[in-house]
Ligand binder design. Structure first.
Ligand code: SF4
Length: 368
């Protein structure tokens, strides 16, 4: 039978299992193959030596092990942040960011990968470079996972170098510790693929990254937030709020006209009561737009009593962007106002400004 050759990363566990069974393989073969691909990150069929050469030949005629190679790769001056631009089979361009955090007394050192879920985005937030490029297409779950596979290989080789130098033991090899779905695109608009990708990232035979170390971000697609509350996965949900009243929010986030703040907050409350998990609210501080004391007060009132944590993020200025960066004393003042409402928050230091590590910024640069 003639088969079109496909990426093996676009085949689900169940489908691959059926294919192996049809080829007369025992049930356990799928686990061996899956582990080799995702857990061990084998780069070709010839490296998967725990399956027979005949089976490897058959599989290599039907599938590619097509791991990503970056078209552009940049590192920030302080070496804390790397950014890769990948070209997909159909020429679409997506971005993936690796952020390194040193141990700070409260948290262990970690390496977080920020991944894209769509080529472009239809939602048109005015502060976002991707939003200004329009929607191209959804990524497959394979394309989502391959971004992490690339960065994990890099993170592991850094760990190994530290082991060789003696600054880390073999037991301290971590690779990628956290995943954030905060790159290009709206994750919940590509719902089925992100759920499939999360299951592979979380699977002990897959990348084995704890669900609590995976964060999905959304601009607030209400039906999908409610659907997500029914999934049995303990991931973190981050909701991009960026304003505390409908007028301000609609002026930067057109989605607010479809799902206004009251509806969004109600969905968040249902999510929290269903899952028992707190929600992270993201609030990009846009100078002279949403960063006044009054805005902070309204935000405090809106989130009062909700099990949540607020991340305040001074905007990454883009060349074509219209918003300036909020000064740090003003940002601290904003945070102090929230504290009066007993709302925990973090004032984030944005990483990778010198390599355009904000959402969609590298892609927009190469296309200029
Ligand atoms: S912020 Fe997210 S949802 Fe809004 S336009 Fe950018 S990628 Fe799309």
């Amino acid at each position: 039978m003639n088969h079109k050759k496909n990426s093996i990363f676009d085949v689900s566990f169940e489908d691959l299992k059926d294919i192996l069974v049809d080829l007369g393989q025992p049930d356990y073969r799928i686990k061996q193959l899956w582990r080799s691909l995702y857990h061990e990150g084998k780069k070709s069929f010839s490296e998967i030596t725990n399956i027979s050469k005949d089976l490897r030949n058959i599989l290599s005629k039907r599938f590619y092990i097509d791991l990503f190679k970056p078209k552009i790769y940049l590192s920030s001056k302080d070496l804390s942040t790397d950014k890769a631009l990948f070209e997909l089979k159909d020429g679409e361009l997506i971005e993936t960011v690796l952020m390194r955090y040193n141990s700070d007394g409260h948290r262990n050192s970690r390496k977080t990968v920020c991944i894209s879920t769509q080529a472009g985005c239809a939602l048109g937030c005015t502060f976002c470079a991707t939003g200004q490029q329009g929607f191209r297409r959804n990524l497959t779950f394979g394309e989502i996972v391959k971004q992490v596979l690339y960065m994990r290989q890099l993170a592991l080789s850094e760990d190994m170098k530290e082991v060789a130098k003696g600054s880390r033991t073999k037991g301290e090899i971590q690779g990628v510790t956290n995943i954030v779905f905060m790159g290009m695109g709206e994750p919940l608009a590509n719902y089925d693929n992100i759920i499939s990708a999360i299951r592979i990232l979380n699977d002990p035979l897959g990348l084995n990254i704890g669900a609590r170390h995976i964060t999905v971000s959304t601009v607030g697609l209400v039906p999908q937030i409610l659907k997500l509350s029914e999934e049995k996965i303990q991931i973190n949900l981050a909701v991009s709020l960026h304003a505390s009243d409908n007028e301000t929010r609609s002026s930067t986030m057109p989605i607010n006209k479809r799902y206004p703040i009251e509806e969004l907050i109600n969905a968040c409350k249902k999510y929290i009561s269903k899952t028992g998990r707190r929600i992270f609210f993201e609030y990009v501080l846009l100078s002279e737009h949403n960063d006044s004391e009054e805005h902070a007060y309204k935000l405090g009132k809106l989130l009062n009593g909700i099990k949540c944590h607020v991340n305040l993020i001074p905007v990454n200025p883009t060349d074509e962007g219209i918003y300036g960066r909020t000064k740090s004393d003003k940002a601290r003042n904003f945070q102090a106002k929230l504290k009066k409402f007993n709302i925990p928050s973090t004032l984030r230091s944005e990483k990778g400004i010198d390599i355009n590590a904000g959402c969609g910024q590298l892609r927009s640069r190469i296309e200029l």
